[in-house]
Ligand binder design. Structure first.
Ligand SMILES: [Zn+2]
Length: 204
């Protein structure tokens, strides 16, 4: 597949095109054909490098993805090849105490697609199947790609435990980058005026 990668930290000049092997999905993952990937300032932080955080190399940026499902693993029964989807970018282990309590943004293994794992600056991206969200039909690819990670910022205000005074904070993570509790549904509620009739499709 074609992708935009970087192999050393720096300015925009370190980004370069490359041909890479297609991602191989696991049983609980989906392979997405990227139709649009929004830009996020997290891309700049990762590209520049962050103290104490090691990123894979070569690395593919891109947190906010909309596309078409090409393939699903055997454990993914709720999405099929051909489905038009958005990708919720937060990735957690799903089985620790925080995840089981619904606080997956507090998971010690918490990651973001395009942060420490490959993202959407590519023709294909492998994502956890649980992160696949139906794309509202009235949104263009660009509009759908603009929502997943950036949509958490307004949605988080007043909705996430991490946004409340006194909430437990993880050291070293900027508040503005802190993810959202119960993300798809809460994001949909907060963005309801924008999404209108698509709310039911989005709030899965
Ligand atoms: Zn966890």
């Amino acid at each position: 597949m074609k992708a935009i990668i970087f192999e050393q930290h720096g300015g925009a000049e370190v980004l370069k095109p490359a041909n890479l092997p297609d991602p191989q999905i696991k049983a609980d993952e989906a392979l997405i054909e990227v139709r649009a990937c929004a830009l996020n300032h997290l891309d700049v932080w990762v590209r520049n490098g962050l103290p104490g955080i090691k990123f894979p190399s070569p690395h593919i940026l891109g947190n906010d993805i909309a596309g078409v499902v090409r393939e699903v693993g055997e454990l993914v029964s709720w999405a099929r090849p051909g489905d038009e989807v958005m990708v919720q970018p937060g990735v957690a282990c799903g089985h620790c105490a925080e995840c089981l309590a619904g606080h997956d943004n507090m998971c010690d293994e918490y990651d973001i697609i395009g942060y420490r794992r490959d993202g959407g600056y590519a023709e294909l991206v492998a994502v956890p199947g649980v992160n696949v969200i139906p794309k509202p039909k009235n949104l263009s690819w660009a509009e759908a790609a603009a929502l997943p990670l950036t949509g958490r910022v307004p949605a988080r205000r007043g909705a996430s435990p991490a946004a409340r005074p006194g909430a437990r904070r993880r050291r070293g993570r900027p508040d503005r980058d802190r993810p959202l509790h119960r993300r798809p549904a809460v994001t949909a509620l907060q963005l309801r005026p924008c999404l209108r009739s698509s709310i039911r499709a989005f709030a899965c």
